[in-house]
Design a protein around this ligand. Sequence first.
Ligand code: PMT
Length: 406
Amino acid sequence: MAFTGKRILLGVTGGIAAYKAAEVARRLIGAGARVKVVMTRAAQEFVGPLTFAALTGEKVATAMFGPDRDPLEHVALGQEVDAIVVAPATANLIGKVAGGIGDDLLTTIMLAATRPVLICPAMNAEMWANPVVQGNLARLQGRGLRVMEPAAGPLACGAVGLGRLPEPDLIVEAVAGLLSPQDLAGRKILVTAGPTHEDFDPVRFLTNRSSGKQGYALARVAWRRGADVTLVSGPTSLPAPYGVKCVMVRSARDMGTEVKALFPEMDALLMAAAVSDYRPIQAEVRKIKRAHEEMAFHLTQNPDILKQVAPLKSQQIVVGFAAETHDLETEARRKMREKQLDLIVANDVNRPDSGFQVDTNEVTLIPRAGDPLPLPLLSKEEVAVKILDQVVALLKTRDGVLVKNA
Ligand code: PMT
């Protein structure tokens, strides 16, 4: 994700996880952001301002008052940046902001802030479960601040439970959500990704080169834009995207079962998975032994998932992909007709830098009605943004038609 040109205020409060905030700052800068750090007095007991100054290249703000302080800094800082992240956020900081108390630079900035805010609580498990803390968090959420659920695991106090600061990568992903347009808020999006595995026997299977990268990028970007996202994924080695419900499957038939069950409640389906068209007629229960010089397998067709959901379609937008080596546009248009799609992503998989496994892709977006949109070689996340732009437009058109027919 690119944060180029974005300015983030990182608030650090006094918990043991304060040291992890240095890594959060580093990752945000790595993604292209400029980071201004504001530390509470207690935070400085755990880690020194110099660490953050060295990482960010900017002076760290630690106090409201002092000879070299701008008296209006507390107002300006929270309004000039693109987003505010507090990581870690202690129960004390959460309580003060919820109660409208501004008794230091960070709390005052937050009370005067007009920019989106992400709170990343980190504390002891009992403190986290305390109804007062939960009530304060609910008040902050009610005012539009976003709160990240802490992670479970061993805590500094020796106990094991909920309360750990989420991993820096996840915090950066949540910040990406904060900075994205929320044009898919309230929409339910189903994405498929990855290959399928069609078993010959307990140790061998038929598959393809899909890594899942394009489908996972779609799920990530849809979540950032506010959608409620479910990802049905074939076997991949990718981490589950933050905020996305993941359903892991193996075979085309498993994927079909999940997609058909979920489809009716969705606003859109984006079928980026490379589903195996065939499977062995029979999967052997025992490992097949080396015996003959030659060996033949009989395959049978898998059901076409997109064709199966077509009759279930009410108001859903359905997007298919076409991975082709020849006659790209002709083949893509044929699949769009046969599978009754609203949009097809024609994917040239001949190039070494496009299609399977790589981080970039070159596609043409072909809508059922309208002109094709050829895109240059882009990162898979950038391709996901372009596809979702089309989905947003199709959903708006659909809403207009639904209102007219109501
Ligand atoms: O995963 P990556 O490594 O990032 O690679 C990305 C990708 C190349 C896999 C992806 O961009 C892509 O093109 N996905 C579709 C690949 C494909 O199998 O296309 P197809 O032409 O065979 O199928 C056409 C459409 O029908 C696809 O949307 C497919 O999901 C769907 N299909 C296919 C077979 C089947 N039995 N049921 C289906 O629904």
